[in-house]
Design a protein around this ligand. Structure first.
Ligand code: IPD
Length: 263
C-alpha cells in the first residue's frame, strides 16, 4: 500500500470514530462553550472533545507527525507529515441542529499552510448525512466506493456556494463579490461548512465554491477532494485584511469565476 493510501485509511478510521462521537454528543444536546472572535464564531464542548479524540488517536498511531487543529492549535513533528484537523466544521449548524457539519482530517507534507503544503490524504465525514468523502493524492476521490468527478459547470447555469467570514467589517466586501457572481449563477448556496462545500464540488452536487479568509483546517481535506475529482483549486489575491480567496471548480468554470470575482 502506498504512503498516501496508508494516511488516507488511518484518517478514515479516525474520522468515522470522531463523527460518531460528534453525532452522539449532538443527540445528547449541545452546549456552546464559548464565543471566539465574534458572536457567530462559536465553539462547543463537542468541538473540543472531538478534537482531543482525533489528536489522541493520531499521536498513538503516528507519534512523530505534527498536528494543527482548529481548537487546540499546532505542534510540529519530526516525520514531515502534519495532520490538519477541523473536528466540527460547520459548528453553527451543529449547535442549531442542522445537518451540514463535518469532521475534516487531512495529512499534509511541507509547511502546514495552504501556500506551500501538499495535501496527501483528506477525509470529510458528515455524520448527519451518513457520508464519508475520501481522497489520497494520485488515487482519486471517492464516496462509498463511487469515484467522484466535478461537473463541467455551464457558467450560465452554475450552482455556486460561498461562505462569509465572521468579522462584520468584511461583510460589505462579501456582498459586493456576491453581486458580481449572481448574474452568472443559476443559484447560490451558503450552507455553512467549508469542508462540505468542497466535498460537494468534488461530488458534482455544486458546480463551484469560493470563500475569502478560510483557515487551513477548513479547506485542507476538501481541497484534495476537489483536485482528485478533476477540479481546480486556486487563490485570488489577498484583500486589504490579508485574506486570500479560495476558488474551487472545474477548470473551465474556475477561469470564468475568477474573471468575475476579480472584475
Ligand atoms: C466555518 C465554516 C463556514 C465558513 C467559515 C468557517 P467552523 O468553520 O466552514 O462555512 O464560512 O469561514 O470558519 O468555524 O464552523 O469550523
Amino acid at each position: 500500500m502506498t504512503f498516501e493510501l496508508e494516511l488516507r485509511d488511518l484518517a478514515i478510521d479516525i474520522a468515522r470514530e470522531a463523527a460518531e462521537l460528534a453525532r452522539r454528543r449532538r443527540a445528547e444536546g449541545v452546549a456552546i462553550a464559548a464565543s471566539k472572535s465574534t458572536i457567530a464564531d462559536i465553539v462547543t464542548e463537542a468541538d473540543q472533545e472531538v478534537e482531543a479524540l482525533i489528536r489522541e488517536r493520531l499521536s498513538a498511531a503516528r507519534p512523530d507527525d505534527g498536528f494543527l487543529g482548529e481548537e487546540s492549535g499546532g505542534d510540529e513533528g519530526a516525520s514531515g507529515v502534519t495532520w490538519v484537523v477541523d473536528p466540527i466544521d460547520g459548528t453553527v449548524n451543529y449547535a442549531f441542529g442542522q445537518p451540514s457539519y463535518a469532521v475534516s482530517i487531512a495529512a499534509v507534507t511541507g509547511p502546514a499552510d495552504p501556500g506551500g503544503w501538499q495535501v496527501q490524504a483528506g477525509v470529510v465525514a458528515a455524520p448527519a448525512l451518513g457520508e464519508v468523502f475520501v481522497a489520497a493524492r494520485g488515487h482519486g476521490a471517492f464516496l462509498g466506493g463511487q469515484r467522484l468527478s466535478v461537473t463541467e459547470g455551464s457558467p450560465a447555469g452554475a450552482l455556486v456556494a460561498t461562505g462569509f467570514g465572521y468579522d462584520p467589517a468584511t461583510h460589505a466586501g462579501a456582498i459586493a463579490e456576491l453581486s458580481r457572481v449572481m448574474p452568472i449563477a443559476r443559484d447560490l448556496r451558503r450552507a455553512g461548512a467549508a469542508s462540505l462545500d468542497l466535498a460537494f464540488v468534488a461530488a458534482g452536487r455544486l458546480d463551484a465554491y469560493y470563500e475569502r479568509g478560510l483557515k487551513p483546517w477548513d479547506m485542507a481535506a476538501g481541497s484534495l477532494l476537489v483536485e482528485e475529482a478533476g477540479g481546480r483549486i486556486g487563490w485570488l489575491d489577498a484583500d486589504e485584511r490579508g485574506r486570500r480567496m479560495l476558488v474551487a471548480a472545474s477548470a473551465h468554470l474556475h477561469e470564468k469565476l475568477v474573471g468575475v470575482l476579480r472584475a
